[in-house]
Design a protein around this ligand. Structure first.
Ligand code: BEZ
Length: 225
């Protein structure tokens, strides 16, 4: 199978995978939810354990935003099931079972197809492991965000929640979110929105004066959505 990563805005391909929740058909599994597919290099490694535990702790936040999460590595299902006990213990999670699936991609078909492999991280046979990929897919199955971290850098899942907030807000209102934006902060009116519509839709918007004299930086309080 060739490396065939969609562009942002294209449909994220459907796929079948084996997981700790059984066989998953990705699009069917997503249903009407947003989804985050995230890979990690290896089970029973320290940073990965902190990451999957963090996702466990943040599940209520993902659920509030109608987001399902699904993890992936090249380890076996047997390995995943064993490691889950460590993740739960580290997270202080005492419920039965494990509330999100972990895909086994032993043959690396998905990892290769979606460009998740890292030539700097090899298994004992010298074959690349998965990097720390984050792919966000929306309820229309459209590919919305891609971030790829190396094995030695654990992800900031608060940032991933922040991106989801931005995507969900900017889907509904004609705004974009500026640097370091957090939910509730002021936003930027889309540069493509004509001035007469700005006045109508964003009566509290203000144009920031710049040396160029161009009126493209139009701030508005965060729209309610
Ligand atoms: C870790 O999860 O701790 C890790 C995995 C692979 C390489 C480096 C760190």
């Amino acid at each position: 199978m060739a490396l065939k990563m969609p562009l942002l805005g294209e449909e994220f391909p459907d796929f079948t995978a084996n997981s700790t929740d059984g066989q998953i058909q990705f699009h069917e599994w997503l249903g009407n939810s947003w989804g985050i597919l995230f890979s990690h290099p290896s089970d029973y490694t320290p940073v990965c354990t902190t990451e999957l535990a963090r996702v466990l702790a943040l599940l209520p936040e993902f659920q509030k935003r109608n987001v399902k999460v699904i993890a992936l590595s090249v380890d076996s299902l047997e390995s995943h099931f064993g490691w889950i006990k460590d993740i739960k213990a580290y997270a202080g999670y005492s419920e039965e079972g494990f509330p999100y699936p972990i895909i086994t991609d032993k043959d690396r078909i998905l990892s290769f197809r979606f460009g998740m492999l890292d030539r700097d991280e090899l298994d004992s046979e010298g074959i690349p492991l998965t990097a720390r990929a984050v792919f966000v897919v929306d309820p229309n199955k459209k590919f919305r965000l891609s971030i790829l971290y190396p094995a030695t850098t654990g992800r900031n899942f608060d940032e991933i929640l922040r991106v989801i907030d931005s995507l969900q807000l900017t889907d509904k209102a004609d705004v974009a979110t500026p640097a370091d934006w957090a939910q509730g902060d002021r936003c930027m009116v889309l540069p493509s929105l004509p001035a007469d519509e700005v006045a109508e839709k964003f009566p509290d918007a203000r144009v920031v004066k710049l040396p160029s004299g161009l009126q493209y930086l139009r701030e508005t309080p965060c729209p309610k959505h």
